[in-house]
Ligand binder design. Structure first.
Ligand code: NI
Length: 165
């Protein structure tokens, strides 16, 4: 297992638009593996390549508790969205903060796997939220740019009305 250092808010790396991944080689496979290791160690549900300092369009997402739902998405594109959800969100690059963010309830996403093969998938609820959050990272966007409000320390520890959504 190899983990990488997570870039934190304030670093310009997080504000760049990432370049398309063109090569599906061992280097990409190692990057994706390291990203998953880094995400799991930090107890996150998603991580984008720029968060480990790599300006390429690649993300990993796993919203399951037992780490059984890993999705590696290279050059992900959100094709369609529907509905909306409003709830809490955090980011491994924005430690100890959370905000309330409105996202689509469902998304259809097209992406490539580590071998370059094209896939289409649908996601909803928390996973749709995570995918939207990670794709934003590839365009230099952080959740703090679009949050409805920031949570207080007390709200981070406790429940908020938006948790019912
Ligand atoms: Ni994030």
């Amino acid at each position: 297992m190899a983990t990488r250092k997570i870039v934190k808010i304030g670093d310009e790396t997080l504000r760049k638009v990432c370049r398309k991944q063109e090569k599906f080689d061992l280097r990409l496979a190692i990057l994706l593996k390291d990203m998953a290791d880094t995400m799991y160690k930090a107890e996150g549900v998603g991580l984008a390549a720029p968060q480990v300092g790599i300006l390429r369009r690649a993300v990993v997402v796993d919203v399951t508790e037992d780490h059984s739902g890993l999705k590696e998405m290279v050059n992900p594109e959100i094709l369609e969205t529907s509905g909306s959800q409003t709830g809490r969100e955090g980011c491994l690059s924005v430690p100890e903060r959370q905000g309330v963010v409105t996202r689509p309830m469902k998304v259809r996403v097209r992406y490539q796997d580590r071998h370059g093969k094209l896939w289409e998938a649908e996601a909803e609820g928390f996973e749709a939220r995570a995918i939207c959050h990670e794709v934003d990272h590839l365009n230099g966007v952080l959740y703090v740019d679009k949050m409805d409000r920031e949570l207080t320390e007390e709200e981070i520890q406790g429940r908020i009305p938006e948790d019912e959504n």
